[in-house]
Design a protein around this ligand. Structure first.
Ligand code: GRF
Length: 233
């Protein structure tokens, strides 16, 4: 998929928070550019000023790209108030946490209840928190994957929206498993955004059936070999 300016396409206004590489942000921008997601990314914020995610956003001509590092000694609630003001100024319909490594505080969770989404590299409710793929790998699970979920005050505990999974290979390394799960995230996160664009996600996370979907067939999914995906095509 090509990376053409995508910020002007679509109607759903999306803000993305990312701390790192931003490959999930890129996957979303690419799916928007390809016409698979009817959204526009209006704001990208990173708490890490040197995060590659910011460069990706600038390259895609996202209109507002902001580095928002925490000030030394700044309280979490004060930082969150600054972040909330930034978000509210752009009036997003949806806020996406795509590899955002800070806990989003209650003021933001409340302001965007039902429209704040996280992508997590585990089949929730299993393996919440940090290093989720490592947790799954060390536990020796037969199946692993990723989830998108609504963000609530319960860390990684809000209603699950979509999941995709795969069978762990015999003797699979952690690095291999991480890469294969990340590839699934790149499908599941954009697809989740499209469900919001279609107005199909209820405030409690339930997804309305019978999609008037832009992705009609399994062939559109780019699934890695042996993977499964939870939406009924
Ligand atoms: C993803 O695995 C995400 O689930 C986790 O951090 C990783 C971020 O990857 N929270 P990227 O920055 O989108 O490339």
């Amino acid at each position: 998929m090509t990376s053409v300016p995508s910020a002007t396409k679509g109607t759903l206004r999306v803000a993305v928070l990312a701390s790192g590489n931003g490959s999930n942000l890129q996957a979303l921008l690419d799916r928007i550019a390809a016409g698979h997601v009817q959204a526009k990314v209006v704001l990208v914020v990173s708490d890490k000023p040197d995060a590659p995610a910011l460069a990706r956003a600038r390259r895609a001509q996202v209109p507002a790209v902001v580095a928002l590092p925490k000030e030394p000694g700044e309280k979490a609630a004060t930082y969150d108030a600054r972040l909330l003001a930034l978000l509210q100024a752009e009036k997003p319909d949806l806020v996406v946490l795509a590899g955002y490594m800070r806990i989003v505080g209650p003021a933001i969770v409340r302001a965007f209840a039902g429209r704040l989404v996280n992508v997590h590299p585990a089949l929730l409710p299993a393996f919440k928190g940090l290093a989720a793929v490592r947790q799954a790998h060390e536990a020796g699970v037969a199946e692993a994957g990723c989830s998108t979920h609504l963000v609530t005050d319960d860390l990684d505990g809000g209603p699950v929206l979509l999941q995709a999974g795969l069978k762990v290979r015999p003797q699979e390394t952690l690095e291999s498993l991480q890469a294969r799960i990340l590839a699934l995230e790149h499908l599941v996160l954009p697809r989740t955004v499209q469900l919001f664009a279609e107005g199909r996600v209820a405030a409690d996370g339930r997804i309305a059936p019978h999609p008037p979907s832009t992705w009609k067939a399994r062939q559109d999914l780019d699934l890695v070999s042996g993977a499964w995906y939870s939406e009924g095509f």
